[in-house]
Design a protein around this ligand. Structure first.
Ligand code: HEC
Length: 172
């Protein structure tokens, strides 16, 4: 008599755990692993200015932050989250004193972009890059993409930005 009670319950538990395992496997099959951007978006150098930034510490760099039309429109309209198709570039250069300009000033006053250090991108595609908040991250040094371990650092830090993973505000 007891079997009539236990058997279906056991079956349900076993069945349930198979279904659960199946769901987990299914999810990882669909590419929950982060996907990075490995091609430099064409035409990025013609995008428009969002803002500039200067970092000290080990980097000692200038950044020009540019956006494509979708990015610029979203910023100007205050649209958050950023729509799919948004692309933001951070072009980094070493922060270098200008001998030519300083000779005119008579003291070390002028700093200009030195050689490029790297270019970074954030590309919004909420489906393709679902595992990293809808943003595909890209980093290129001398035209070569960053390695996997380095690329894993982008999302956990950008997740701390309060405006859809983007730190830079629009400079009027
Ligand atoms: C430790 C935190 C941190 C990590 C790691 C990091 N970033 Fe950022 N990122 C920032 C901050 C803060 C800014 C804005 C200030 C600045 O530009 O210096 C920024 C700016 C950017 C911007 C301009 C858009 C924005 O959010 O302001 C892009 C594009 C970008 N980062 C891409 C990347 C990529 C690609 C990686 C990984 C290779 C990466 N970042 C790793 C903190 C981080």
């Amino acid at each position: 008599m007891r079997w009539f009670v236990f058997f279906p319950v056991t079956l349900a538990i076993v069945g349930g755990s198979i279904a659960f395992t199946g769901a987990v496997a299914g999810r990882s099959d669909q590419g929950a692993a982060p996907v990075y951007v490995t091609q430099i978006p064409p035409g990025y150098r013609d995008w428009r200015l969002i803002s500039v930034a200067h970092e000290e510490g080990n980097l000692n760099s200038f950044a020009a932050v540019l956006g494509n039309d979708v990015a610029i429109n979203a910023y100007r309209e205050g649209k958050l989250p950023f729509p799919d198709g948004t692309m933001i570039a951070a072009l980094h250069y070493s922060h270098t004193p200008s001998e030519e300009n300083n000779a005119v000033f008579g003291r070390e006053q002028s700093f200009v972009p030195g050689p490029p250090t790297n270019i970074q991108f954030m590309v919004k595609d909420s489906k393709k890059y679902a595992a990293t908040g809808g943003w595909g991250f890209a980093h290129f040094k001398d035209g070569k993409p960053g390695d996997e371990a380095f690329m894993q650092t982008c999302f956990p830090c950008h997740e701390k930005a309060s405006r859809d993973l983007v730190f830079t505000r629009y400079a009027p």
